[in-house]
Design a protein around this ligand. Structure first.
Ligand code: PGA
Length: 253
Protein backbone atom coordinates (compact mmCIF):
# COMPACT_ATOMS: atom_id res chain seq x y z
CA UNK A 1 0.00 0.00 0.00
CA UNK A 2 1.17 3.50 -0.77
CA UNK A 3 1.33 5.23 2.61
CA UNK A 4 3.22 8.24 1.38
CA UNK A 5 1.63 11.37 -0.08
CA UNK A 6 2.85 10.45 -3.54
CA UNK A 7 0.11 10.20 -6.13
CA UNK A 8 0.61 7.53 -8.76
CA UNK A 9 -0.65 7.48 -12.34
CA UNK A 10 -0.13 4.40 -14.45
CA UNK A 11 -0.42 4.38 -18.24
CA UNK A 12 -0.71 1.48 -20.65
CA UNK A 13 2.57 2.33 -22.36
CA UNK A 14 5.36 4.89 -22.39
CA UNK A 15 3.88 6.90 -25.28
CA UNK A 16 0.67 7.53 -23.36
CA UNK A 17 2.72 8.35 -20.26
CA UNK A 18 4.79 10.88 -22.23
CA UNK A 19 1.72 12.43 -23.85
CA UNK A 20 0.06 12.93 -20.45
CA UNK A 21 3.11 14.67 -19.00
CA UNK A 22 3.54 16.85 -22.11
CA UNK A 23 -0.11 17.88 -21.82
CA UNK A 24 0.41 18.90 -18.19
CA UNK A 25 3.33 21.08 -19.25
CA UNK A 26 1.38 22.55 -22.18
CA UNK A 27 -1.56 23.38 -19.89
CA UNK A 28 0.77 25.14 -17.45
CA UNK A 29 2.48 27.13 -20.22
CA UNK A 30 -0.89 28.24 -21.65
CA UNK A 31 -2.44 29.13 -18.31
CA UNK A 32 0.64 31.14 -17.32
CA UNK A 33 0.58 32.93 -20.66
CA UNK A 34 -3.08 33.81 -20.12
CA UNK A 35 -2.05 35.55 -16.91
CA UNK A 36 0.95 37.27 -18.50
CA UNK A 37 3.30 35.13 -16.43
CA UNK A 38 6.27 32.90 -17.10
CA UNK A 39 6.16 29.12 -16.71
CA UNK A 40 9.28 27.91 -14.91
CA UNK A 41 10.20 24.35 -15.82
CA UNK A 42 12.78 22.12 -14.19
CA UNK A 43 13.97 19.73 -16.89
CA UNK A 44 15.68 16.35 -16.89
CA UNK A 45 17.88 14.50 -19.35
CA UNK A 46 18.25 10.74 -19.94
CA UNK A 47 16.08 8.34 -21.92
CA UNK A 48 13.05 8.84 -19.67
CA UNK A 49 11.77 12.29 -20.76
CA UNK A 50 12.60 12.05 -24.49
CA UNK A 51 9.00 11.13 -25.36
CA UNK A 52 7.72 14.18 -23.46
CA UNK A 53 10.04 16.48 -25.41
CA UNK A 54 8.98 14.84 -28.68
CA UNK A 55 5.34 15.49 -27.88
CA UNK A 56 6.05 19.10 -26.85
CA UNK A 57 7.76 19.64 -30.22
CA UNK A 58 4.69 18.18 -31.95
CA UNK A 59 2.40 20.48 -29.97
CA UNK A 60 4.59 23.43 -30.99
CA UNK A 61 4.66 22.50 -34.68
CA UNK A 62 1.16 21.20 -35.19
CA UNK A 63 -0.89 22.99 -32.57
CA UNK A 64 0.93 26.30 -32.27
CA UNK A 65 2.01 25.88 -28.64
CA UNK A 66 4.40 28.76 -27.94
CA UNK A 67 7.21 28.56 -25.42
CA UNK A 68 7.99 32.29 -25.48
CA UNK A 69 6.95 32.59 -21.83
CA UNK A 70 8.95 29.57 -20.67
CA UNK A 71 12.03 29.64 -18.43
CA UNK A 72 13.95 26.39 -17.95
CA UNK A 73 16.44 25.10 -15.42
CA UNK A 74 18.08 21.76 -16.09
CA UNK A 75 18.77 19.48 -13.17
CA UNK A 76 22.38 18.67 -13.84
CA UNK A 77 25.47 18.49 -16.05
CA UNK A 78 28.59 16.37 -15.99
CA UNK A 79 31.76 18.00 -14.65
CA UNK A 80 33.98 18.72 -16.36
CA UNK A 81 32.03 18.97 -19.60
CA UNK A 82 32.23 21.21 -22.65
CA UNK A 83 28.80 22.24 -23.97
CA UNK A 84 29.71 21.30 -27.54
CA UNK A 85 30.67 17.75 -26.55
CA UNK A 86 28.23 15.09 -27.81
CA UNK A 87 27.73 13.79 -24.27
CA UNK A 88 26.91 17.15 -22.70
CA UNK A 89 23.44 17.77 -21.40
CA UNK A 90 23.52 21.03 -23.37
CA UNK A 91 23.81 18.94 -26.55
CA UNK A 92 21.12 16.56 -25.33
CA UNK A 93 18.64 19.36 -24.65
CA UNK A 94 19.37 21.08 -27.96
CA UNK A 95 18.86 17.83 -29.85
CA UNK A 96 15.72 16.72 -28.06
CA UNK A 97 13.96 20.03 -27.35
CA UNK A 98 15.61 23.43 -27.50
CA UNK A 99 16.51 23.45 -31.23
CA UNK A 100 12.89 22.66 -32.14
CA UNK A 101 10.80 25.05 -30.03
CA UNK A 102 10.81 28.79 -29.36
CA UNK A 103 12.10 29.09 -25.80
CA UNK A 104 14.10 32.36 -25.75
CA UNK A 105 17.75 31.30 -25.42
CA UNK A 106 18.29 33.73 -22.53
CA UNK A 107 15.62 31.83 -20.57
CA UNK A 108 17.52 28.53 -20.75
CA UNK A 109 19.69 27.48 -17.80
CA UNK A 110 21.89 24.39 -17.61
CA UNK A 111 24.64 23.96 -15.01
CA UNK A 112 27.99 24.99 -16.51
CA UNK A 113 30.45 22.11 -16.69
CA UNK A 114 33.32 24.28 -17.94
CA UNK A 115 34.03 26.23 -14.76
CA UNK A 116 37.22 26.09 -12.76
CA UNK A 117 36.97 24.21 -9.47
CA UNK A 118 37.58 27.44 -7.51
CA UNK A 119 34.42 29.16 -8.79
CA UNK A 120 32.00 26.21 -8.75
CA UNK A 121 30.59 26.85 -5.26
CA UNK A 122 29.80 30.49 -6.05
CA UNK A 123 28.28 29.43 -9.36
CA UNK A 124 26.06 26.84 -7.65
CA UNK A 125 24.79 29.41 -5.15
CA UNK A 126 23.97 31.75 -8.03
CA UNK A 127 22.12 28.94 -9.90
CA UNK A 128 20.04 28.31 -6.80
CA UNK A 129 19.30 32.05 -6.45
CA UNK A 130 18.37 32.36 -10.11
CA UNK A 131 15.65 29.72 -9.63
CA UNK A 132 14.32 31.67 -6.63
CA UNK A 133 14.43 34.96 -8.59
CA UNK A 134 12.48 33.35 -11.44
CA UNK A 135 9.68 32.62 -8.95
CA UNK A 136 10.62 29.00 -8.23
CA UNK A 137 10.03 25.88 -10.31
CA UNK A 138 6.40 25.36 -11.33
CA UNK A 139 6.99 21.78 -12.49
CA UNK A 140 10.14 19.74 -11.94
CA UNK A 141 10.46 16.71 -14.21
CA UNK A 142 12.50 13.83 -12.82
CA UNK A 143 13.73 10.46 -13.94
CA UNK A 144 15.10 7.96 -11.44
CA UNK A 145 18.41 6.14 -11.60
CA UNK A 146 18.99 2.56 -10.51
CA UNK A 147 20.69 3.91 -7.37
CA UNK A 148 17.54 5.86 -6.50
CA UNK A 149 19.18 9.09 -7.50
CA UNK A 150 17.13 12.07 -8.67
CA UNK A 151 19.19 14.51 -10.68
CA UNK A 152 22.70 13.40 -9.71
CA UNK A 153 21.81 13.21 -6.03
CA UNK A 154 23.41 9.87 -5.35
CA UNK A 155 23.04 7.78 -2.18
CA UNK A 156 24.33 9.89 0.71
CA UNK A 157 22.65 13.10 -0.51
CA UNK A 158 20.77 14.83 2.29
CA UNK A 159 17.17 16.09 2.10
CA UNK A 160 18.34 19.70 2.41
CA UNK A 161 21.15 19.50 -0.15
CA UNK A 162 21.31 22.34 -2.69
CA UNK A 163 22.97 22.83 -6.09
CA UNK A 164 26.54 21.60 -5.78
CA UNK A 165 29.41 19.61 -7.24
CA UNK A 166 29.03 15.87 -6.53
CA UNK A 167 30.91 12.64 -7.15
CA UNK A 168 29.05 10.14 -9.32
CA UNK A 169 28.18 6.67 -8.06
CA UNK A 170 29.84 3.77 -9.91
CA UNK A 171 26.45 2.30 -10.94
CA UNK A 172 25.55 5.65 -12.51
CA UNK A 173 28.90 5.82 -14.31
CA UNK A 174 28.43 2.27 -15.63
CA UNK A 175 24.97 3.19 -16.91
CA UNK A 176 26.50 6.18 -18.70
CA UNK A 177 29.48 4.23 -20.11
CA UNK A 178 27.93 3.23 -23.49
CA UNK A 179 27.22 6.88 -24.33
CA UNK A 180 30.84 7.78 -23.52
CA UNK A 181 32.39 4.84 -25.38
CA UNK A 182 33.60 3.22 -22.15
CA UNK A 183 33.64 3.69 -18.39
CA UNK A 184 37.03 5.40 -18.36
CA UNK A 185 35.61 8.31 -20.38
CA UNK A 186 32.70 9.00 -18.01
CA UNK A 187 33.38 12.06 -15.84
CA UNK A 188 33.59 11.26 -12.15
CA UNK A 189 31.77 14.40 -11.08
CA UNK A 190 28.70 16.45 -11.92
CA UNK A 191 26.93 19.65 -10.91
CA UNK A 192 23.40 18.92 -9.77
CA UNK A 193 20.46 20.67 -8.18
CA UNK A 194 20.11 19.28 -4.67
CA UNK A 195 17.29 17.26 -3.14
CA UNK A 196 16.36 20.46 -1.29
CA UNK A 197 16.27 22.42 -4.56
CA UNK A 198 13.96 19.85 -6.12
CA UNK A 199 11.80 19.76 -2.98
CA UNK A 200 10.97 23.45 -3.36
CA UNK A 201 9.29 22.89 -6.76
CA UNK A 202 5.53 23.49 -6.67
CA UNK A 203 4.89 20.21 -8.52
CA UNK A 204 7.23 17.30 -9.03
CA UNK A 205 6.60 14.73 -11.74
CA UNK A 206 8.83 11.67 -11.53
CA UNK A 207 8.59 9.52 -14.64
CA UNK A 208 9.70 5.95 -15.13
CA UNK A 209 8.99 3.30 -17.73
CA UNK A 210 10.09 -0.24 -18.37
CA UNK A 211 10.57 -3.20 -16.06
CA UNK A 212 14.17 -2.20 -15.29
CA UNK A 213 12.79 0.63 -13.16
CA UNK A 214 10.15 -1.45 -11.32
CA UNK A 215 12.30 -2.31 -8.31
CA UNK A 216 13.62 1.20 -7.65
CA UNK A 217 10.16 2.72 -8.20
CA UNK A 218 8.72 0.40 -5.55
CA UNK A 219 11.53 1.34 -3.15
CA UNK A 220 11.05 5.05 -3.80
CA UNK A 221 7.32 4.90 -3.07
CA UNK A 222 7.10 2.23 -0.39
CA UNK A 223 10.57 1.90 1.07
CA UNK A 224 11.85 3.37 4.29
CA UNK A 225 12.87 7.01 3.87
CA UNK A 226 16.65 6.89 3.76
CA UNK A 227 19.63 8.85 2.58
CA UNK A 228 20.68 5.62 0.80
CA UNK A 229 17.79 6.06 -1.68
CA UNK A 230 17.45 9.82 -2.24
CA UNK A 231 14.15 9.43 -4.15
CA UNK A 232 12.51 8.24 -0.89
CA UNK A 233 12.71 11.86 0.34
CA UNK A 234 9.91 12.58 -2.16
CA UNK A 235 7.53 10.68 0.17
CA UNK A 236 7.72 13.57 2.63
CA UNK A 237 6.65 16.24 0.14
CA UNK A 238 3.34 17.59 -1.15
CA UNK A 239 2.57 17.74 -4.86
CA UNK A 240 4.62 14.74 -5.95
CA UNK A 241 3.33 12.56 -8.73
CA UNK A 242 4.87 9.37 -10.09
CA UNK A 243 3.84 8.89 -13.72
CA UNK A 244 4.59 5.34 -14.80
CA UNK A 245 3.92 2.78 -17.46
CA UNK A 246 2.58 -0.65 -16.47
CA UNK A 247 6.01 -2.28 -16.33
CA UNK A 248 7.59 0.36 -14.08
CA UNK A 249 4.52 0.19 -11.80
CA UNK A 250 4.40 -3.62 -11.73
CA UNK A 251 5.86 -4.09 -8.23
CA UNK A 252 3.99 -1.23 -6.51
CA UNK A 253 1.42 -2.72 -4.15
P1 PGA B 1 17.30 7.36 -17.72
O1 PGA B 1 18.10 7.91 -16.46
O2 PGA B 1 16.20 8.35 -17.99
O3 PGA B 1 18.29 7.32 -18.83
O4 PGA B 1 16.76 6.02 -17.33
C1 PGA B 1 17.38 8.31 -15.34
C2 PGA B 1 18.32 8.78 -14.27
O5 PGA B 1 19.43 8.25 -14.17
O6 PGA B 1 17.93 9.70 -13.54
Amino acid sequence: MNRSGISIKVYENRDQEAAAVAQRIADLVKSKRGKGEKAVLGLATGATPIGVYKELIRLHREEGLSFQNVVTFNLDEYYPMQPDSDQSYVAFMQQHLFDHVDIPSENINIPDGTLGQEVVDTYCEAYEQKIVNAGGLDIQLLGIGRTGHVGFNEPGSTADSLTRLVTLNEVTRQDAAPAFGGLKNVPSQAITMGVGTIAKAKNIILMAWGEKKAEIVKKAIEGEITIEVPATFLQELEGVEFVLDKEAASLVS
